[in-house]
Structure formats: structure tokens, C-alpha cells
Design a protein around this ligand. Sequence first.
Ligand code: SF4
Length: 329
Amino acid sequence: MAKKKGRVFSGARPTGRQHLGNYLGAIKNYVALQDDYETIYCIVDIHALTTVETTQDLRQNTYEMALDWLAAGIRPEESIVFVQSHVPQVTELHTLLSMVTPLGKLTDLPTFKEKVRQNPKNVNYGLVGYPVLMTADIVLYKADTVPVGIDQAPHIEFAREIVRSFNYRYKTKVLIEPQMKATKVPKVLGIDGQKKMGKSLDNHIELAATPEETQKRIMQMVTDPQRIKRTDPGDPDVCNVFSMHKIFSPADEVEMIDTECRRAGIGCVDCKKRFAANLNKHLEPFRAKRAELEENPDHIWDVLHDGADRARKIAEQTMEEVRAAVQLP
Ligand code: SF4
């Protein structure tokens, strides 16, 4: 087997069934990275607690998310796939890192300010320390590579600062400064054609939806707003359906739509039906694998527990080194 280029860590909150935005923004890349890197993928349930009001769906959401990841091609025999809280060493490292992280920097972060703005009644201590826990997630597993979109670059830079502060304070090199692997993350708009695809806005298309449900959702997609009548020429460049065609449809069909839309040679209904057919075809293997995995829910939990066992081994080794560096008695 070829030598891997490094160790990747990435985490995502347990949001249940995944949608096209999750697939194009993260999962597709997770699958591809397995070929070149040691990969560690974590469902960050503790992070979710900073904003969720109720935890009753946490377990089911974790299960559904893991199921979708595996169905999409994450290979648990290669990748470590686990749940954040199953490796409690992360909270210990979080506490130790918090001692070298200036509070003012945390409260100055635009992401923190945005969260406060969104939810002024729930500004909790965990929310302030979120970037510290995120750093602990990465460095606990000695990951040297973190795949993120360019907009996430400040978070990784901040993680690197925390690592430098820790290593400097304790005169050690035990923690690795992670590098960002800039990943081209397409901005996937929801069926409203306006906002980023997301469950909270109910503008998403679930990967696990049936072909019929998928087509129904696609038929609701907003197209070029200037195209009111079938005989109006359209502009594919401002149409979200066309953006999706470019990802999921064969090149000759994309070219045909590009030409025909502009001279009203194709209607939006036909165009959407074509997209639905192409997307459903693309998702066939995912759905087949998902159905197979779903027959044995225990298997998903076994995968997550096995992943936690493997992650815990790395974590405990790191923590032994960290405790020694800090000179905890
Ligand atoms: Fe969009 Fe297709 Fe309608 Fe053109 S024909 S506006 S690309 S849905």
C-alpha cells in the first residue's frame, strides 16, 4: 500500500440524514481523501450541545449521519469514524488548552459574535470555548491536515496559535500545528435558489429520499426569476437548477441546456425532470448501500464503537505526553 501523505481530521455536528449540501460540501471530499491520507472522521456531539436546546434526537441523528457517511463510501476499515464524546480525553485536552488561550481573542472572533447575535439568550461558556474544543479535536489525534473551505481558514490559524502557545508555555513539541488543506467547497443553494442549503430552512434535498420524493423537491426549485412564461428565454447562469446540472449531468446535456434555455428551446419543467433523473441515477448506489446497511442498525454502532476504540488509543498516547509536558503530578 502506498505511503499516506499525512493524517486528516474532520468533524461534523450530528445533523441526522444528510442532504446534497452536506454531500457536495464535505462527504464527497471525505471519501476522496481516504485514498491519500489516514483519515479520522468525527461526529462532534459535544459541539452540538453549545446550541441545541434538546438532546432527544442526538442519538438518532448520530446514527443517521453515520449511516449516510458509510453509504456514501467512507470505509470504516480504513478511516476511523467515531463519536466525539466516546473519547473523553478530548475534554481533558480542551481544559488544558483553555489555559493558554486568551479569553479576549475568543470573544473577538466573528463566529462567536455571530452566534451571540443569532441566539442572545443562550450565550454559554461552551460557546466561547468552541474553538478551543475544536483545536483539541484536531491535535488530540495528531492530525496534521484539516480539509476546510477557504472561509474556515481563520479557525485553523487560530488552532495553530493555540498549539504554538501551548508548546511555548510548556517548552515542548508534543502538539502538532495542523495545516489547512484548502478545499474547493461549492456553495450549494437550497431549492429556494437564495440561501445555502440547510435543514433548518427546509430548502434541502435529502440523499436518502426516494426517487419520487427527490423529483418532487426538484420540481419546487426556483429557477431564473426573469423566465415567467415558457416562451421567455432564460439565463442558466443565474439558475440554481443549471448549477446542479453542471455537477450531476453529462457534459453534452449541460451544453444542450445552456444553449436551449437561452432561446427558450427547453422549458423549466423538462429541465428539472432531466436533473431529477440524473441525480436519482447518481444516487442509486448510495441508496442501495444505505438500504443494505439499514438492515442491521447494530453494525453502524459497532463501527462507531470500533472507531472510538482506535481513536482512544491515539488520544491516550497524546494525553500521556501532554500531561508529562505540563508536569501534572
Ligand atoms: Fe433554469 Fe433550466 Fe429553466 Fe433554464 S430551463 S431557467 S436552466 S431550469
